[in-house]
Design a binder for this molecule. Structure first.
Ligand code: LLP
Length: 431
């Protein structure tokens, strides 16, 4: 198992942020999400440095869908990062955390009337307008309120990036954005001539998630900057900001070979500089919206091992006290993970090939298939790493299983930032 961030081994036991994971399991019980605060802050700083936030006034906006709590909002605010939200719920979380509204980008392919009104009333910085329906509502609403709302248009650039089909978004057959190829995008730009209460500041595209190659992003840069030039020349519209969407893919297992944040950012900046020179245009303000690459490797999940079922000549199932309710990614995207027993980190004897199963009533509730693990027993604490992105945020109460608490660790201290759901909490909405 690869050690991420501040992970270290002392006396055969895994520590994160200087805190023993074995002690964390004892103190908070399992299953439990543990986040390495230093690693998240370090990732924010790397993105800001290598994407030239200070130097060129570029922006990094954290994609909150990866993992959003009030504490996380406060943390990224302290780090000077913007926030991308996609729903009233995410916006409300940011509002309650006193996140500055002018630093928010509001995404979504079907924002409801209530969500649009909430965004306008709270004063979010940018609406990333996805479609004509939203554009018309926003104009009308802002007109009634005598406000001018800054917007970006979401463009469907027609890029088919290499990733799981559920998480690719740039291809032409997509529910997201105004397509370039069928002229929708240009029609939207035309409409703006009559619209006085929305102000087009920028354009946005997101080609997908967990992408390792930089070339699709370079293709995206080409398309978006060509568009900046075309809008100026053909429509006399000045685009000041260009947002390239989510960040680079991350390491889950040894099959993954991610680029570093540095390399990814530098390549994009370089490509933008070249392209702007070629087009003879001023380099606009550039924006990236990383979610996964800020938090995935910083998060881990601790489980207790219960039943170990050996089916001779078939498979050994090792069951844990969580599963698809706290990590849907293996079942949904066939995502791979690594694991270890937290106080047997250096054991090298008694290797077993086992399958780590969750506790839900579904055969598909498997967290890791056929992994090698050493000296495993019921009662052991198992850790799965890189669960920080799209774990907690996609958690469910299937089988009426309560959601895990979240603990942040840093400099030898642990801090509970989100409590475990109780059975009472589960019933709190029922009348
Ligand atoms: N910006 C937009 C408009 C997005 O739709 C997304 C992700 C991001 C930024 C952040 O992308 P990232 O840096 O995290 O790759 N649940 C899936 C991932 C869905 C991503 C949706 N959009 C998973 O667990 O793999």
């Amino acid at each position: 198992m690869k050690l991420h961030g501040t992970m270290g081994i002392k006396d055969n036991t895994l520590y994160i942020g200087g805190v023993s994971t074995k002690e964390l399991a004892k103190k908070y019980n399992t299953p439990l999400y543990v986040f390495d605060e230093e690693l998240i802050r370090g990732n924010c700083r790397e993105y800001k440095e290598f994407f030239k936030v200070k130097e060129n006034k570029n922006k990094i906006a954290y994609a909150g869908k990866a993992f959003l709590t009030k504490y996380m909002c406060q943390l990224i605010n302290e780090e000077g990062v913007y926030l991308d939200v996609v729903s009233g719920g995410e916006l409300y979380t940011a509002h309650k955390a006193n996140f500055p509204m002018e630093r928010i980008l509001f995404h979504g392919n079907n924002k409801t009337l209530d969500e649009i009104e909430m965004g306008v009333n709270l004063g979010v910085g940018i609406f990333v307008v996805d479609n004509f329906y939203e554009l018309d509502i926003l104009e009308k609403l802002c007109c009634e309120k005598n406000k001018v709302q800054n917007i970006y248009f979401r463009v469907t650039p027609g890029i088919d990036a290499h990733t799981h089909k559920y998480i690719k978004t740039g291809q032409i057959d997509s529910k997201f954005g105004f397509a370039l190829t069928n002229g929708d995008f240009y029609m939207a730009v035309e409409k703006l001539k009559d619209y006085k209460n929305v102000n087009l500041m920028g354009i946005h595209a997101h080609i997908g998630s967990q992408i390792f190659e930089v070339s699709p992003y370079e293709e995206e840069v080409d398309i978006m900057l060509n568009l900046v030039k075309k809008l100026k020349e053909d429509y006399n519209v000045e685009i000041k900001e260009v947002d390239f969407g989510g960040g680079i893919g991350v390491y889950y297992t040894e099959n993954d070979r991610p680029k570093s944040i540095k390399e990814f950012c530098e390549k994009i900046i370089e490509k933008c500089d070249e392209k702007c020179q070629e087009l003879n245009i001023k380099v606009p303000t550039l924006i990236l919206e990383p979610g996964r690459s800020l938090v995935a490797n910083a998060g881990s999940t601790l489980y207790s091992i219960g039943s170990i079922k050996e089916i001779k000549d078939v498979r050994t199932y090792v069951s844990v006290d969580g599963g698809m309710t706290d990590n849907i990614r293996p079942s949904l995207y066939q995502a791979g993970y690594e694991c270890a027993i937290v106080d047997k980190m250096n054991n090298e004897e008694g290797s077993h090939k086992v399958t780590i199963a969750g506790k839900c009533c579904e055969s598909g509730d498997i967290l890791i298939s056929n992994t090698n693990i050493f000296d495993i027993e019921s009662g052991d604490i198992l850790i799965t790493t890189s669960t920080g992105a799209y774990g907690y945020s996609m958690a469910s109460n299937y089988n009426k299983i309560p959601k895990n608490p979240v603990v942040f660790v840093n400099n030898g201290e642990d801090k509970l930032i989100c409590k475990r759901q109780s059975y009472e909490d589960l019933l709190s909405l029922e009348l």
